[in-house]
Design a protein around this ligand. Sequence first.
Ligand code: ATP
Ligand code: LTN
Length: 334
Amino acid sequence: MIDGKKVLFSGMQATGNLTLGNYLGALKNWVTLSDEYECFYSVVDMHSITVRQDSAELRSRARKLLTLYIAAGLDPEKNCIYYQSHVSGHAELAWILNCFTYMGELSRMTQFKDKSAKHADNINAGLFTYPVLMAADILLYQADVVPVGIDQMQHLELTRDIAQRFNAIYGDVFTVPEPYIGKVGARIMSLQDPSKKMSKSDENPNASIYLMDDPDTIMRKFKRAVTDSVGAVRYNEEEQPGICNLIDIYCACTGKSREETEKEFDGKGYGDFKTAVGESVVEKLRPLQEKMAELEKNKDYIDSVIKNNAERAAYVSNKTLRKVQKKVGFPIRP
Ligand code: ATP
Ligand code: LTN
């Protein structure tokens, strides 16, 4: 609890341009939750280097991402928006938690398996212990709730296990966090292969809608989206995964239900439906894109957000860190 409010922590990696999946599955929920909780939203740049990055590009993407948090509607006066690498407690707690996490647990993480298959030439120790750094992010702020997409559930369960293990030895040190998975948009799939999630690191640019895509590009990508030969707009997961994904996107952008959507497009072809989905996305992204352009012109403002919020994050996180250091037996600072 901070000032009588429950604490929320979440983060995103600056590893690519954000997609509609990131927005509908995560960012949009962050904005909804920001009134109710004391929120920490981090740009987790330390996680990003588990995969090789171009330095200049990472730095510029991290700044874009932080700006995008604000453009999406997070007020940096009320929410702590900061770079993970600016708060040294993340790395310090991660080291300690590494000593409370088993190799077997980390070997079972599907993200590790996926990413090591994808980057077979660089299966580094950081990629392996990635979930421990994530646990440190969350536990450092004593977060009660962590909004993420379904793909991060396994990491969150590990975080809970680590927290409970630590608490069982040393008493109630960590709050055990609960996941928060939004109802609509929890898993947006690739437009080119509806069996895969839409991902910012997908090599095929037609598979993902990027938040900064212009209207023409968005419409074109939806026109090319993979569907099926059934020919009816129905939510049928077995036979029509592509259409289900488009229905989910449409519902998330318009607030309509699946049933309403099926009714609206009853008897209409895929062409009409795809156009409507594209238009709903264009309208949803328009205000965000306009705000982004405005914020990017205001360098001093963004710089002040970065500085002030990192100081606040450091202040809050240091309380947990000092407590943990004491519990594990590190010498007290004179
Ligand atoms: P990468 O391709 O680099 O692994 P990603 O696009 O999968 O990236 P992350 O940085 O891993 O994105 O995730 C940021 C947040 O967005 C997480 O909370 C994640 O659960 C959510 N998210 C990512 N992809 C989707 C998706 N397709 N649908 C819904 N939520 C998603
Ligand atoms: N692993 C997450 C990003 C992430 C995160 C976190 C999310 C790092 N630390 C803490 C929630 C809480 C991802 O890849 N989406």
